[in-house]
Structure formats: C-alpha cells, structure tokens
Design a protein around this ligand. Structure first.
Ligand code: PEP
Ligand code: MG
Length: 569
C-alpha cells in the first residue's frame, strides 16, 4: 500500500520518478595488516581512477549548467587528486607498514589537512578543505561506499535528503532531478527558494522522508499541496498524472500574460519583478515575463567554492545580469552571508544564534575589504543596465549611512581612476528587522527605496527561527502585526516620494497579494514562476476594493481572521 507523507509545499508542480537518496556516508576506517602490497596499491589506484572520472564529470556538468566559476572548485579537486605529493606518501605507507589503503590514505590526508590548517595563509588553509573532500571520495571508493552528489545524477529521479544545502541545490540538474523532498526546512529556507528558481517541484520539512523512502522506490512529489506519495497505486499514479497535466495547462494559460503589463481591474499599475540567485536565473525571469529583478541574492556567488570571488568574477556576473535585463531594473543586494548561508572559507566561529549574529551588513561593515571588492564590481558593472543597490539586515540608521559612505568612497575612487560609473544608481535598503520597519519614516528621508524582506521580518517579529519546523506555525504573513509593519514601511516611502517593494516570499503569496495591493505596495519581487499567476490574479482585483479589505485586515486580531476575510473574496 502506498504511504502518504505531509510536508511543506515549497515549489509548485508535480514530479513522478524513482527515489534517489542523497546522503553523505560516514566512513568506517580501521587499521588492518595486509600481506599483498600490490593488491592494496591497486585498490588505491582503482579508487583514484574512479574518483577522477567522477570529478571530471561533475566539473563538466557544473561548467555547462552553472558556469566556470562554480566549476572551478572541481578543477581544484582534480589537481589535488593527481598530486604525487599526496598519492606517493600513501603508497609508501602501504609498502613500509603493510597497512590497508584506506587507513594509509586517512593518515596521510589527516597529516596534510592539519599542516595546511595550521598555516598562516588563507589560501593554504582553504586547500585543507579540498584535501578533506577529495580524500573522502577516494576512501569511499576504496571501501565501495557510494558518495551521492547531486551533479552526478544522470537518471530521472526524485531527490530524497535530510536537507539540501544551497550549493547542493545549485548543483541539481533539472533535466534529471525532477523533484526533491527533505526532512527539514521550511518555505523560506534557501533550498526551497532555489527550488522555485530552478522550477523543481519540492516538498520540504516532512520530518521523515529519509527514514521512510528507500532508493529506487516510485515517489510522487506534489509541490502544490505539500504531499509525498511513496509507492503509489496504479490509481494514484493516474490521478497525479492528471493533476500534473492540469497544472501544465494552467501554466500555458498564464503564459499568455507574459508580455502584458501588470494592472489591476481598475487600472492601477504595479511592478512584478523576480528574485534571482545566479545569472543563470535571468532566463527564467525573462521567460516568465518579469519586469525586472527585485532581488539578486549575490551571496550565491560566494558559495559552493573555496575562496572569495574576485572583483573581476563578480563584475562579469553583475554585467551579465544587467545586460540581459536591458533597461529593466535590477536590484542587487550586497553580500548577505550568515544564518543558514555559511561560507566555510570565511572561518566564522560557531554562534549560538546565527540568525541574530554576525552576518550580512554587520559583517561587511566589519570586514570592509570584502565589501569594497563587491561594491567596486557593482559600480563598474552599473553602466551596463539599470542598477539599484540595496543593503541587507539594516537595523540602524548609522549602518545605512556607513554602508552608503563606503559605496560613495569606492565610486569616487573609480571616477578618479577614470572608470565609468552610472550616475543614476538608486541606493536602498532591505527592511527585514522590526526596528527599521518601526523607524521607516526616518529611514525614508535618506534611502531611495525600501525592499521588505518578510522572510526575516516575520522570523524576527515572531521570534521564530525560519529553519525550525517546530515553530513554523509562527511564520504568519497574515498576522495583523506583520501587516501593520508592512503598512508603516509603505506609508513612510509614500510620504517621502520613494518607492517600497517586497522581496520576501510573502510578495508572491496568492493570499497576501490582495492585501499588499490594498496597502499600496509598489513593487512585488518573487520567484520567477510566481510572476504569471500573480499577474493573472492582480488583473481580477480592484485596488479600491483591496484598500477596504486591507483596512479591515489591519484592525483584526489574528492571522486566522485575516485569512478568513481574504478567502471570502
Ligand atoms: C527576506 O529576508 O525576506 C529576504 C528576501 O532575504 P533572504 O530570504 O535572502 O534572507
Ligand atoms: Mg533576509
């Protein structure tokens, strides 16, 4: 009989395929005395050869799908794997001590890792991570243990994982990874956001898919209703194939609105733009009729690699996005690292509360060289399109002023070097900390625009970690407290003749859209796949009616009451 598992609908669509468990196996390495040295050395050589082929495949795939910058890490791994300074000592150890290959490899690897980690040189320290990764792969092959790698998949599958890191998700090939489901995570965890930009159906936060689903079992991921069906019956398969077809037809209907403006029934225009993580996502924005980019999460440029992207690499990425979008606005958010977005090579100490800690603008204002490199790349790219820059996690006016001052300093330096920089870059901020929402009237005098980041604004207002599904009931975008904060920001912007957008997931939420139209939000930034459904929905709403609706909602007591009110229309 089939098994139904409930989770959080993280990315819409239906996917049907066999399960592929993505796991990082623990390797059990023990010391053994061996008698046949040659046989042991050929076990080692064999494992190195398999690892080589595997890494080349991963690198080529990353190169084709994600670009050279993401592929670079795998080229580095291949170099490590083929370095005689690593391999020869392992062979020597097997020969001189008559020990097994995996043990010898582990000993030599640990020695190198320790040596590199203790060096007073960032570049060398980073090599330790490469050695650890590569040698783990080789040892897994010596032991005959499979290492799963999302970029390695060459069959149509549904990925089953405890969690997917953003870089795991970035490596998914949507030709083969038809859908995914995880034990942990919520709608606003970054794997969910990436799934939407890759247009892969996903159900997250199920708590139990990894304990209930074996490799190779048929699985349906229903990203519309947040259900995973394991080993479906013939009837269920037919039912979900029909549901999938219906969804595809609906998508075709939406596609007709691709080149239409976004206007309400009574002629009010809003801007519908998209959230992106990499230049590759721009194609999806254009295909889905996006009127611009409302949030470019630049941190993905820094992730899934083992050192900082150079100014030149960043410049190329920003230029690509700006050029591809032409005259359309592109709002780039400066580096927002921390929380669930870790950077191994930054070597940040573990924090008790990473979401409340040293992250985003706090880190950038402290480690200014990182910030300056990014700002220079952005400023240089600014002449290729319609760039707007915003700072994440602004809590105080001083932080905004300090960030803006660094930006202006870098601009002046470039101008002095005769580098061309656009004169019309708007400078804004994310409103994702309650303190800045409450003080929006003050900020509005100094910023060019606001972009409300509800994913964080809700977690901070409700004091509920967005990654913790035990408290996910507190992710309440319709709670009147959140609506009132949103209203404060929009009203403050209006009063100063500035604009207010929203780039948190709430902006693309069909239940929130009527309220946000009523509150007068100017710009809605969402996953590209939500744009056409949102445009279709807005065409059916009257701004005047939504204003009344929003006013009523603001005076209600609970999120449930607001949901009921919106559902009535
Ligand atoms: C937000 O917090 O709403 C936001 C858009 O930023 P991120 O999800 O990247 O934290
Ligand atoms: Mg945020």
């Amino acid at each position: 009989m089939s098994l139904h598992i409930n989770g959080i609908a993280a990315s819409s669509g239906i996917a049907i395929a066999k399960a592929f468990r993505l796991e990082n196996p623990e390797l059990n390495i023990t010391k053994k005395q061996i008698s046949d040295v040659d046989a042991e050395i050929s076990r080692l050589d064999n494992a190195i050869q398999i690892s080589n082929t595997e890494l080349e495949k991963i690198r080529d795939h990353a190169n084709a799908e994600l670009g050279e910058d993401k592929a670079a890490i795998f080229s580095a791994h291949i170099l490590v794997l083929n370095d005689p300074e690593l391999v020869n000592p392992v062979k020597d150890k097997i020969k001189s001590e008559n020990v097994n290959a995996e043990y010898a490899m582990n000993e030599v690897a640990s020695m190198f890792v320790q040596m590199f980690e203790s060096m007073d040189n960032e570049y060398m320290k980073e090599r330790a991570a490469d050695i650890r990764d590569v040698t783990k792969r080789v040892m897994a092959h010596i032991l005959g243990v499979t290492i799963s790698n999302p970029a390695n998949i060459t069959d149509e599958v549904i990925i089953i994982a405890e969690d997917l890191t953003p870089s795991d998700t970035a490596q998914l090939n949507r030709k083969y990874a038809l859908g995914f489901t995880t034990d942990i995570g919520g709608r606003t965890s970054h794997s969910a956001i990436m799934a939407r930009s890759l247009e892969i159906p996903a159900v997250v936060g199920t708590k139990e898919v990894t304990s209930k689903i074996e490799n190779g079992v048929m699985v349906i991921v229903d990203g519309l209703d947040g259900q995973v069906i394991v080993d479906p019956s013939e009837e269920e398969l037919a039912e979900y194939k029909a549901k999938k077809e219906k969804f595809e037809l609906q998508k075709q209907e939406w596609a007709k609105l691709k080149n239409e403006p976004t206007v309400t029934k009574d002629g009010h225009h809003v801007e519908l733009v998209a959230n992106i993580g990499t230049p590759n996502d721009v194609e999806g924005v254009i295909n889905n009729g996006g009127e611009g980019v409302g949030l470019y999460r630049t941190e993905f440029l820094y992730m899934g690699r083992d050192n900082f992207p150079t100014e030149e690499e960043q410049f190329e990425s920003y230029k690509t996005v700006l050029e591809s979008m032409g005259e359309k606005p592109v709002v780039v958010r400066t580096l927002d690292i921390g929380g669930d977005k870790e950077l191994s090579y930054l070597h940040l100490p573990k924090e008790m509360n990473p979401f409340l800690g040293y992250r985003a603008i706090r880190l950038c204002l402290d480690q200014k060289e990182i910030f300056r490199t990014q700002l220079r790349a952005l400023l240089r790219a600014s002449i290729y399109g319609n760039l707007k820059i915003m700072f994440p996690m602004i809590a105080t006016l001083d932080e905004f002023r300090a960030a803006k001052a660094v930006l202006i300093e870098e601009k002046e330096k470039l101008v002095a070097e005769n580098v061309k920089v656009s004169e019309t870059i708007e400078i804004g901020m994310m409103v994702e900390i309650p303190a800045s929402a409450v003080l929006a009237d003050v900020f509005a005098k100094e910023v060019d625009f606001f972009s409300i980041g509800t994913n964080d604004l809700i977690q901070y207002t409700m004091a509920a970690d967005r990654m913790n599904e035990q408290v996910s009931y507190l992710y309440q975008p319709y709670n009147p407290s959140i609506l009132r904060l949103v209203k404060m920001v929009i009203d403050a912007a209006n009063k100063e003749g500035k604009w207010a957008g929203m780039c948190g997931e709430m902006a693309g939420d069909a239940l929130a859209i009527p309220l946000l139209v009523g509150l007068g939000l100017h710009e809605f930034s969402m996953s590209a796949t939500s744009i056409l459904p949102a445009r279709s929905q807005m065409a059916k709403l009257s701004k005047a009616d939504m204003e009344k609706l929003a006013e009523k909602a603001l005076s209600m007591s609970t999120a449930e009451e607001v949901v009921k009110l919106v559902n009535e229309i």
